[in-house]
Ligand binder design. Structure first.
Ligand code: SF4
Length: 416
């Protein structure tokens, strides 16, 4: 029987600096929204943020706001507001929570940052459908509500190998965004500036990868739960020097932990991989539960999704098109399975947790036999958790706890 123990959660020292740069980011957006001194673009989380930054826009990411609504456990109460507008409880609960919060005039930013009244007002909405259609529908609702221009990139889905044809098609759509964005921003596009921003994004991505890769050490210096918090700058500040500086700091701390043999979870006995969306409102509870079972959930496809290895400042449009199409969520099942197998080997895990997120079929990879096929390939056991990224009504805490405890017991039996 796996024994529960008193949990000591190791604090990451760099957290203070991360909070500082995130606060700076939100206050800068808020100031621009109030004064009109800078133009603001809203962008999907894996959208072409580099083009926007190069044209002088400050960039707000509604998915980040959706995740904040989830992490603060505000989301569940917001969702019915969007349902009343015709947006089903079965579709993306980032969308429904975010739209619902807008309708109610509520934002977690107001609670976290004194003086901020809500999300910054956009001058343009830019999406990329590489992850799902929901982001386009989400932005389309705001375009109508706020009477703001909307534009974006329609990406291929279910991609096996990323070919030259995929890259050309996405790159040309990205280039076509430039003239209307120039007009909205009031700035002339400068290729050298785009190259500079892409170079910073590439550095951010490489450092974030190095941070996440430290989890391959035994014991792992970080958990998936740490990753979901510390990915903030990679999502909202990629393309800036602040994000690069931050990941240098975080990487140094992880390397220090490795040098001292210090694991994120005390007495790490079992190592797990997380596949699917985080359950934002249960990060802390699940982190404590796994730690109490001497189990480290240490890596995930989710946190890896902000690694864009293909970025090349010398070929910015084509390399962005490649990086944003190579993403896991864009790919076919065989390509995803190859990727997950590589990750399971690299991180030396004992098993896999699949999160079947009720409102995100796009990033729930356990509905078409993938866990069973990966188990056949690797012999690693898996557990599927039913839940949701934001809608806490979709989660049975008791059932989840019982299933996780039974899974860890199964791991213990396999080791003995
Ligand atoms: S991938 Fe899932 S969680 Fe993300 S925006 Fe699309 S539906 Fe929502």
């Amino acid at each position: 029987m796996a024994k529960e123990k008193k949990v000591v959660r190791k604090k990451i020292k760099a957290t203070g600096e991360m909070n500082r740069i995130m606060a700076e980011y939100f206050y800068e957006l808020d100031n621009a929204s109030k004064t009109g001194e800078r133009k603001i673009a809203w962008c999907t989380s894996v959208g072409p943020a580099e083009i926007l930054r190069s044209l002088g826009f400050l960039v707000h990411f509604p998915e980040n706001h959706g995740a904040m609504l989830g992490a603060t456990r505000m989301a569940t109460d917001m969702i019915p507001e969007a349902n009343a507008l015709g947006y089903s409880p079965d579709i993306c609960s980032y969308l429904t929570a975010d739209v619902g919060a807008y309708v109610k005039g509520i934002s977690p930013l107001t609670r976290a940052y004194k003086g901020i009244d809500g999300v910054p007002k956009p001058d343009v909405l830019v999406y990329n459908t590489n992850q799902c259609r929901d982001v386009q529908d989400w932005f389309a609702w705001y375009a109508k509500e706020l009477n703001v221009p909307i534009m974006g990139v329609e990406t291929h889905r279910g991609v096996g190998d990323v070919t030259g044809a995929h890259v050309e098609s996405v790159a040309s759509q990205m280039e076509a965004l430039v003239p209307p964005l120039e007009e909205i921003s009031g700035n002339t596009f400068d290729l050298e500036e785009l190259k500079r921003v892409v170079a910073l994004s590439k550095q951010c991505s490489d450092l974030w990868k190095q941070v996440l890769d430290t989890a391959s050490n035994v014991p792992s210096p970080l958990t998936f739960y740490d990753g979901t918090i510390h990915m903030g700058p990679a999502v909202v500040l990629r393309g800036t020097q602040q994000a690069v500086d931050y990941y240098h700091l975080l990487l140094a701390e992880m390397n220090e932990r490795i040098a001292q043999g210090e694991g994120a979870v005390e007495d790490e006995s079992y190592r797990l991989y997380w596949e699917g969306m985080p359950i934002w409102g249960r990060l802390s509870a699940h982190s404590k539960l796994f730690s109490s079972l001497n189990t480290c959930v240490l890596a995930s496809t989710y946190c890896n999704s902000w690694i864009f290895s293909a970025f090349d400042p010398d070929d910015p449009f084509r390399s962005m098109a490649k990086a944003y199409t190579e993403l896991f969520i864009v790919r076919s099942d065989p390509a995803k399975e190859r990727y997950v197998k590589t990750m399971l080997d690299f991180f030396k895990v004992d098993g896999v947790i699949y999160h079947d997120a009720k409102t995100c079929p796009n990033n729930s990879n356990c509905r078409y036999g993938m866990p069973q096929r990966i188990e056949e390939m690797t012999t690693l056991p898996f557990l599927t958790i039913n839940g949701d990224l934001n809608d806490l009504r979709m989660i049975s805490d008791e059932q989840t706890k019982t299933n996780i405890e039974a899974f860890v017991e199964q791991l213990e039996e396999r080791k003995n």
